[in-house]
Design a protein around this ligand. Structure first.
Ligand SMILES: [Zn+2]
Length: 106
């Protein structure tokens, strides 16, 4: 399983729970499955082109994806349109119908 698939699966699981993704201002609050910690997510989508323009999340994984991973690409990276995507961002993208949830479970 790729890093992309793994984060997509986890994002799908969060979205499936229901009530863990809450619209907040221009972005979203996404609650972690395990710790119930809340993360601030924002995604910007060009609806005409169907293109992701910007992503951000306040979690550690996203921080890793944007800093270290940029300089030293590893197999653990996951991106859409060249932008880093953590499981919380995947959850929001599924919630909004922009991408399909993963079929299986972990
Ligand atoms: Zn995140």
């Amino acid at each position: 399983m790729t890093a992309y698939d793994r984060r997509l699966l986890r994002g799908s699981a969060i979205q499936r729970l229901g009530g863990h993704i809450i619209a907040a201002g221009l972005g979203w609050k996404v609650q972690s499955q395990a710790t119930h910690e809340e993360y601030d997510v924002s995604v910007e989508i060009d609806d005409k082109l169907g293109w992701l323009l910007n992503t951000s999340c306040s979690c550690k994984d996203f921080e890793w994806l944007t800093s270290e991973a940029r300089e030293r690409p590893r197999t653990d990276n996951s991106m859409i349109n060249g932008l880093p995507v953590c499981k919380h961002i995947f959850a929001v993208l599924i919630e909004t119908g922009w991408i399909e949830p993963a079929k299986g479970t972990e």
